[in-house]
Write a protein that binds this ligand. Sequence first.
Ligand code: HEC
Ligand code: HEC
Ligand code: HEC
Ligand code: HEC
Length: 186
Amino acid sequence: MRHAGHFVRLLALVAITVVGFLFVRSLVVPKDYGIKGHYRLSAIDDEAKREPRHIGSAACAECHDEIAAMWKAGKHHTPQCENCHGPGLMHTKVVAEDSTKGYADKILKNKNAIKRPTGIQECKWCHLKTFERPSTLKSIASVERHITDHKGTYTPNSKCVDCHNPHTTVVTPGKSGLASLTTAAK
Ligand code: HEC
Ligand code: HEC
Ligand code: HEC
Ligand code: HEC
């Protein structure tokens, strides 16, 4: 029994550690943690209260009716406005608090307001051929080949919107896609 003291001290140390852990845990773990599972129950309400950053193409159409009509009637209505332009919530807030005239200024200051797509990068996300894309999605194997095949001149600054209207995909010979952004190309 000469060594019983060591054992008691070890036991006391373990007990202090366990009680200390439980005490600190009770301070830092939220009260409603673990009621339904390994999460804070009120987290559900907190998340539900957050304003969605995406507003949907129908909301864009309320103001950009001409572009929305072309997009809807054209061959490119599967990708949604915000797939290319990014989330629209900030944009509608900026528009609401400013006149159209002041808008250009405002957007330069607030780069998050709405994205002006590059006209090549977003296109490549969906259309550059990779093995995992569905074969039904029309894709191009190489930007350079595609452009030269269609009698264009390839440079490192070439964009898809040099030829294609991004909202309809229509190619208007002799015109850039941007020139016909709001006028439906025949
Ligand atoms: C409340 C009306 C309103 C809504 C809703 C709205 N916009 Fe706009 N938007 C405007 C106005 C006003 C301008 C500035 C004038 C213009 O260029 O037509 C503008 C400009 C733009 C521009 C040009 C930005 C630039 O850099 O010149 C883009 C791109 C755009 N909107 C996309 C969208 C998209 C995408 C949506 C939906 C997510 C959307 N807008 C929803 C009113 C709106
Ligand atoms: C496939 C990608 C794509 C989709 C989908 C798309 N856009 Fe665009 N949008 C572009 C590109 C690219 C530009 C040209 C940006 C530039 O100026 O270089 C543009 C330009 C615009 C502009 C500015 C027009 C101008 O005259 O300066 C507006 C406004 C706009 N888009 C609204 C919309 C709305 C509304 C929708 C949905 C109905 C939509 N876009 C869907 C790619 C897209
Ligand atoms: C989010 C994915 C997505 C992005 C980004 C996208 N596209 Fe598309 N594109 C599609 C889908 C899906 C189709 C098939 C037609 C449809 O269902 O709308 C298509 C069809 C096309 C077609 C063929 C239309 C036909 O004749 O059948 C062309 C050309 C095209 N896109 C060009 C572009 C260009 C240029 C850009 C960039 C401005 C772009 N796409 C960006 C998804 C995308
Ligand atoms: C020099 C002009 C030009 C440029 C730049 C260009 N295209 Fe095209 N593209 C065409 C023409 C012309 C067609 C033939 C179909 C048509 O008239 O819409 C076409 C067809 C397509 C098709 C349909 C392919 C099919 O199998 O039918 C896709 C997808 C496409 N382009 C995507 C793109 C993408 C993505 C870019 C940018 C990386 C791009 N294009 C740049 C001229 C161009």
